[in-house]
Design a protein around this ligand. Structure first.
Ligand SMILES: [Zn+2]
Length: 323
């Protein structure tokens, strides 16, 4: 029986799983830290660590259709190059596809993790049956993926759908990318925490614990308990995401918008203001006809599921690359 290997590379952790030809439950799964942290495990090269991890779950009969990899940051999926990996120092222009295919002698495909999360939700999750989909992940940053006409939007260099880096506030707060006023700089988990900290420093009252760092998770918990400042912080983020979503509706006209990432777990406190702002800023109500706004089906595992979706979509019968 042929199998697919999916790999999810994160800044701190790498996961790899072996899947059967059609089901979603993995046969074998393993994880390691992206960089050496344990003296018992001294391999320092992230590439070698990834290779070792894949080897550890490789099926005994060696029958693998493809390896598919989800990686953070800009990727060139056509050339199989990881252009730059945030949080992995020195990882610039890594020819990951070539490296892994030479080592394991099977086809290798590569994709940006947020793009592949969109693909995973579309193929196996909340977006099943839709042909036009927008996926937005709101966590420490904001990432996105777009499916149009049943195809993942990649762009000329594979850099499309960076929905979090859309300007929503001219000359606004500094974004992690170095530009100002991007959605990520205003409405990500990090941005929500920064805004709450600024309000606290102005003397605004809150039930947030003063002895612990302010985080999006703590803000969400305090908001659920009725804390006015934290409710306002989530509503503010939701508002900006909703306004950006209205723009995305104008550009892509999807039938479903899926919100994933840790901050989406705040539920209606984030999603209601988001939906309201989206409705208020859409240029024509027909964009909302039949539109589904929902949260993601997958949590943390979406990187592996997305990579799996890429592998199976690209090599559906283990031989041909889908055009
Ligand atoms: Zn940015």
């Amino acid at each position: 029986m042929r199998r697919y290997i999916a790999v999810d590379i994160g800044g701190t952790q790498v996961r790899a799983a072996c899947y059967p030809a059609s089901k979603l439950k993995s046969i074998k799964i393993a994880r390691t830290t992206t960089q050496a942290t344990d003296p018992e495990d001294p391999v320092t090269s992230p590439l070698e660590r990834i290779q070792n991890l894949i080897a550890s779950i490789w099926p005994a009969d060696g029958k693998v259709c493809a390896i598919s990899v989800a990686a953070p940051g800009p990727i060139n999926p056509y050339q199989g190059i990881l252009v730059e990996a945030p949080n992995i120092p020195g990882w610039i222009n890594v020819p990951l596809q070539q490296n892994l295919s030479e080592r394991f002698k099977v086809p290798v495909v590569l994709g940006n993790d947020a793009n592949l999360a969109a693909l995973g939700e579309w193929k196996y999750g909340a977006g099943k049956g839709h042909h036009h989909l927008i996926y937005l992940t709101v966590s420490t940053g904001i990432g996105g993926g777009v499916i149009i006409d049943d195809r993942l939007l990649l762009g000329a260099n594979g850099l499309a759908a960076e929905l979090g880096h859309t300007t929503v506030m001219i000359d606004g707060p500094l974004c992690g990318c170095g530009q100002r006023g991007h959605l990520e700089a205003v409405a990500s988990g990090t941005a929500i925490a920064n805004w709450v900290e600024a309000e606290l420093s102005q003397g605004v009252q809150s039930i947030l614990p003063i002895d612990k760092p302010v985080s999006a998770k703590r803000i969400s918990e305090a908001a659920q308990k009725g804390d006015k400042l934290c409710i306002a912080a989530l509503a503010r983020a939701g508002h900006y995401i909703g306004r950006a979503l209205a723009d995305f509706l104008h550009i892509f006209n999807p039938s479903i918008v899926i919100i994933g990432g840790g901050v989406s777990k705040s539920g209606p406190l984030l999603l209601d203001p988001m939906y309201k702002a989206m409705q208020e800023h859409v240029l024509n109500p027909h964009y909302l006809d039949g539109l589904v706004l929902t949260t993601a089906a997958f949590g943390d595992e979406v990187g592996l599921v997305g990579a799996l979706a890429l592998g199976r979509t690209t090599y559906p019968d283990c031989r041909s690359k889908k055009s």
